[in-house]
Design a protein around this ligand. Structure first.
Ligand SMILES: [Zn+2]
Ligand SMILES: [Zn+2]
Length: 179
């Protein structure tokens, strides 16, 4: 399936789920489908998705989906393994698009209404997955073999969280096109 179709289908299913959340029933949820969807750069590591507002619109002034220029999702989240997380990412950005600009208490309570609890908690694992893709070095524990993917060498300055043994530097495998 083309990535664009994939994003459109994902958006439709997220909006459908949102229409069944009573706490959102007074908000213009169906308008969310009009927001153009895009992808972040493949090598982005810190950002998983983003809601970009129209030029000149300040965060505090967001009134709804018409103030949003686009929502971008990390391409790695569109992989089969992470699609549940991608749906949750869209939900998160759509809440921003509905006018909840910051990550305050109200935002977090609405975010927690997403019915897929596993997906709500996949952020850390996805972050780790991204770091691993871009890692040039693995700091490896010679005792328990646990690997810590990093962009730089550890130079013997770090210890294993489990064993407290000094980690050694191992060159990471070159990542292939589908890594
Ligand atoms: Zn956010
Ligand atoms: Zn260890």
């Amino acid at each position: 399936m083309e990535v664009e179709d994939l994003l459109t289908n994902l958006s439709k299913s997220v909006v459908l789920t949102m229409r069944q959340i009573p706490q959102l029933s007074l908000l213009p949820v169906t308008e969310l489908e009009n927001i153009p969807l895009g992808r972040l750069r493949r090598d982005a590591t810190r950002l998983h998705a983003v809601c970009r507002y129209r030029k000149g619109v300040r965060k505090a002034e967001i009134s709804g989906p018409s103030d949003v220029r686009c929502v971008d999702v990390h391409p790695a989240a569109l992989n089969d393994d992470w699609q549940r997380y991608a749906a949750f990412l869209l939900y998160h950005e759509y809440l921003h698009a509905l006018g909840f600009a910051g990550h305050d208490k109200t935002f977090r309570s609405l975010e927690a209404l997403w019915p897929d609890e596993v997906a709500r908690n996949m952020g850390q694992a996805f972050g780790k997955h991204l770091r691993k893709r871009t890692a040039k070095w693995l700091w490896k524990c010679p005792q328990c073999s646990k690997e810590y993917p990093r962009s730089r060498r550890g130079m013997g300055r770090y210890r294993c969280r489990e064993c407290q043994v000094t980690l050694i530097d191992v060159r990471a495998e070159a990542s292939g096109p589908n890594a």
